[in-house]
Design a protein around this ligand. Structure first.
Ligand SMILES: CCCCC/C=C\C/C=C\CC/C=C/CC(=O)SCCNC(=O)CCNC(=O)[C@H](O)C(C)(C)COP(=O)(O)OP(=O)(O)OC[C@H]1O[C@@H](n2cnc3c(N)ncnc32)[C@H](O)[C@@H]1OP(=O)(O)O
Length: 253
């Protein structure tokens, strides 16, 4: 993770080649970096982007969920939950500068921000059902809060990956920006949020999102149990094995 401050804005660049997949160690690093910025009194905003060409993030590392060690799987999911709590509940203004593909967990990271700008000709969405897995309730809540129930229900069921244009049309992202302008526009959008007094913006964000974050806090242990029980089922392991194979075939074919 490349993290630096530009005046009162923290910039976090995901930098885990080849595809910024989020494994236990990288999620832990991501959480520590965001918590550090959150606790820095001089930091008013955070921009999240990718240091890699063409990929924002491939989402959760599938290898963490395939033939897993159960203790590690629980730690992994605890960090995934924490990342969402940290980002969706962040007091600082957040902008996702999506400069590449953003499937599943990559999409969730961006949806947890306050504003999304995206470069053209990429794809974004919660594609979990395509892997034979299920987006948990707090993933569903987050996309529903962004694009509305009907569109979210349809997209979740299909595991639909939106093109940048489709994502803009349904409100999954807010703006399409050429890749060379994406950081400049992220700063412009940040300035618009800074024009509002921080405490008023923070209380308003909290009013909108708190009930969803509280819901996960209340069900956190049960959610981890559900995840571990679900992922370790033979049928789910088979489906994930097939999906990994298909990724490799797509590469060679
Ligand atoms: C009733 C009870 C319900 C209970 C519910 C409770 C809990 C819910 C249960 C489960 C929810 C779990 C949630 C998961 C969310 C996720 O994030 S899953 C991850 C989904 N991600 C993807 O599908 C992305 C797959 N990747 C791609 O589409 C492409 O790789 C790409 C990102 C578009 C990049 O394409 P490109 O051509 O540039 O690269 P390659 O495809 O050649 O990939 C390079 C290399 O990287 C490997 N790889 C790609 N993605 C991942 C990944 N996510 N994890 C691990 N590894 C990945 C790929 O296999 C290649 O590897 P190599 O062949 O060894 O080089």
């Amino acid at each position: 993770m490349l993290t630096f401050k530009e005046s009162c804005i923290g910039v976090m660049k995901l930098s885990k080649p080849p595809v910024n997949s989020l494994n236990l160690e990288y999620l832990t690093e991501f959480n520590i970096a965001i918590e550090k910025l959150e606790n820095d009194k001089s930091c008013r905003g955070v921009i999240i982007t990718s240091a890699l060409p063409k990929i924002f993030s491939a989402g959760l590392d599938i290898l963490e969920m395939y033939q897993p060690n159960t203790d590690r799987l629980r730690q992994f999911w605890t960090q995934v939950q924490q990342l969402w709590i940290n980002l969706y509940g962040s007091q600082v203004a957040t902008v996702a500068a999506i400069n590449g593909h953003a499937p599943a967990g990559g999409c969730l990271v961006s949806l947890s921000c306050d504003y999304r700008i995206m470069a053209p000709n990429y794809t974004i969405g919660l594609n979990e059902t395509q892997l034979g897995i299920v987006a948990p309730f707090w993933f569903s809540d987050t996309i529903t809060n962004t694009i509305g129930f009907r569109k979210a229900e349809r997209a979740l069921q299909l595991g639909y990956m939106f093109t940048t244009d489709e994502a803009k049309a349904c409100g999954l992202i807010d703006k399409i920006v050429p890749p060379d302008q994406i950081m400049a526009v992220a700063h412009e959008e940040m300035k618009k949020m800074f024009a509002v007094p921080d405490f008023a913006r923070q209380i308003t964000k909290n009013q909108c999102r708190k009930q969803f974050i509280d819901k996960l806090h209340a069900k956190r242990d049960a959610d981890t149990d559900n995840f571990v029980n679900f992922i370790t089922k033979d049928s789910i392991q088979k489906a994930m094995g097939k999906y990994l194979e298909s990724l490799k075939k797509r590469k060679s074919g």
